[in-house]
Design a protein around this ligand. Structure first.
Ligand code: SF4
Length: 493
């Protein structure tokens, strides 16, 4: 058997962009390094896949037998399927130079069914395409498939006690959706094989497909003619509008035609960039600042979203708060006090319980609680009030005291060219308080914090645990210190 030319993942890359497929094959050195987030998604997928195997118990994991020699694997599958009743995990098939590895293959009375596992909560078009490819390979390898199902996560499942995997997963047949795709799959395979065999890089310019359905690994290579700050950074401008400008040869702000339709905020962003002008609406800022009630608290949460619910009363992918940082400012000009809480990573104890007790204690009494992007903290607190009725009243009282420090920036009461169209605290801070920066921190954004915390569940090295915890504490503390310093700037205006 010849080595395969396409696999499920390279086929999907090729469907997104044939240039990406070519580069992946011939210039892997141009690929972006795998990010922590991508690695976390991959690890999560593996864990979900292993758990889903329990829905089909007693199977043989063929991967252990063939390792990466797929020809051996394909032959093994053939031999195994002589048995009318058998379950195989990671079963490889190959046809027409395409390799397909099936998560769970169930043969009952000689009738074959496929169960492909996804760690998502819905079935996307890409999953159907990938299922259609797998069906094509198995069917044309000479096997009759009775059914093809996708196993995915039931987002309505609420854990109570032991994990109920029958409830955690949904199983849906997609046969009626993948059969009509067979002609397309067959044509696409030939097209993509010729892309790989070609001597030249396909002549494809950048487009919306660079980030849809997945962020392409070659953006660093294909987008190098686009400056760091360009028309692609115009806030909330639709993708098709950005590419309309691009296809007219417009990349820089100064080249945007005067009559190009932009909303007020977008015009402000462009004008501010071109003139270097700061836009400060002092009246609105004063109204915001004078509306605040001391003592002021500055609060920030960090959360993680386990695909498989770990605790009672939690759902798949629910945001669980594991950490907070709180600065308190008793009166204008007073010294800031700091409080914080970071839960131990423990499969048995919901981090939110001790966290809310600590937070309620430290926010007793009067005073507004400032957050940055209120809907996030408010939703987390509402969930806690809902999941733990014993804290409901007090938690609701804290919710009633929340104020959003993002508002003056989101409403563009305060805008400088350094903000580059964004009102995220990560861009506001260097623009307003350049002496404070996230750049030096090991953890410098929420996704990293969440991955770092999740890694603590498996980590056994006490030095590493202590380092990760220190990094998490530093990061969250800077978020609330930043808020206090940003407010100082607003008060000076
Ligand atoms: S960055 Fe865009 S154009 Fe380049 S390979 Fe990826 S999808 Fe294709």
């Amino acid at each position: 058997m010849n080595k395969h030319i396409l696999s499920k993942s390279t086929f999907i890359i090729g469907c997104q962009c044939s240039k990406a497929l070519y580069l992946n094959e011939h210039h892997p050195e141009l690929k972006a390094k795998i990010t922590e987030t991508q690695q976390a998604i991959f690890t999560r997928g593996q864990k979900v896949g292993e758990l889903a195997q329990k829905l089909f118990p007693g199977g043989i994991n063929l991967k252990n037998e063939y390792q990466f020699d797929f020809a051996i694997g394909v032959e093994l599958v053939k031999q195994c399927l002589i048995e009318p009743d058998i379950i195989l995990y990671e079963a490889p098939f190959q046809y027409n130079d395409v390799l397909s590895i099936i998560d769970n293959l169930v043969s009952k009375n000689g009738q074959l069914k496929v169960y492909e596992v996804k760690s998502s909560t819905s079935i996307s078009d890409t999953y159907l395409l990938d299922a259609a490819l797998q069906y094509y390979v198995i069917k044309n390898s000479g096997y009759d498939l009775k059914d093809f199902c996708i196993v995915y996560i039931n987002k309505q499942y609420v854990r109570h006690g032991e994990l109920d995997i029958e409830q955690l997963f949904k199983i849906e047949s997609v046969m009626d959706k993948i059969l009509p795709l067979q002609d397309y799959i067959s044509e696409k395979i030939e097209e993509l094989k010729s892309v790989i065999k070609s001597d030249n890089i396909p002549d494809i310019d950048i487009g919306p497909y660079c980030r849809n359905p997945y962020e392409c690994n070659f953006i660093g290579y294909c987008w190098k003619h686009i400056p760091d700050y360009s028309i692609f950074n115009i806030s909330k401008l639709k993708e098709e509008k950005k590419f309309e400008l691009y296809h007219n040869g417009i990349i820089k702000f100064e080249d945007i035609p005067a009559d190009f339709p932009l909303n007020e905020n977008q015009k402000m962003q462009v004008e501010s960039e071109l003139t270097g002008k700061r836009i400060i609406n002092r009246e609105q800022i004063r109204e915001f600042v004078e509306g605040l009630n001391y003592p002021l608290f500055f609060l920030d949460f960090e959360t993680f979203m386990p695909a498989i619910p770990l605790y009672d009363n939690s759902k798949p992918y629910q945001s669980l708060t594991f950490q907070y940082s709180l600065h308190e400012l008793e009166s204008k000009g007073a010294e800031l006090k700091h409080y914080e809480y970071l839960a131990q990573a423990d499969y048995k104890v919901d981090p939110r319980i001790v966290l809310i007790e600590s937070l309620l204690e430290n926010t007793k009494g009067p005073g507004d609680i400032l957050v940055y992007n209120e809907s996030f903290e408010k939703t987390r607190l509402k969930e806690i009030a809902n999941d733990f009725p014993e804290y409901r009243d007090e938690t609701n009282e804290r919710i009633s005291r929340l104020m959003d420090l993002m508002k003056p920036f989101q409403s563009r009461f305060y805008y400088t060219p350094e903000m580059k169209g964004s009102y995220s605290i990560k861009t506001i801070l260097p623009a307003l308080v350049p002496e404070l920066s996230y750049a030096e921190l090991e953890i410098h954004e929420g996704g990293m914090a969440s991955n770092a915390y999740e890694s603590l569940f498996e980590e056994t090295d006490s030095d590493k645990i202590s380092k990760i915890r220190t990094n998490l504490l530093e990061y969250c503390k800077l978020d609330t210190l930043a808020m206090a310093k940003i407010l100082e700037v607003l008060e000076r205006e």
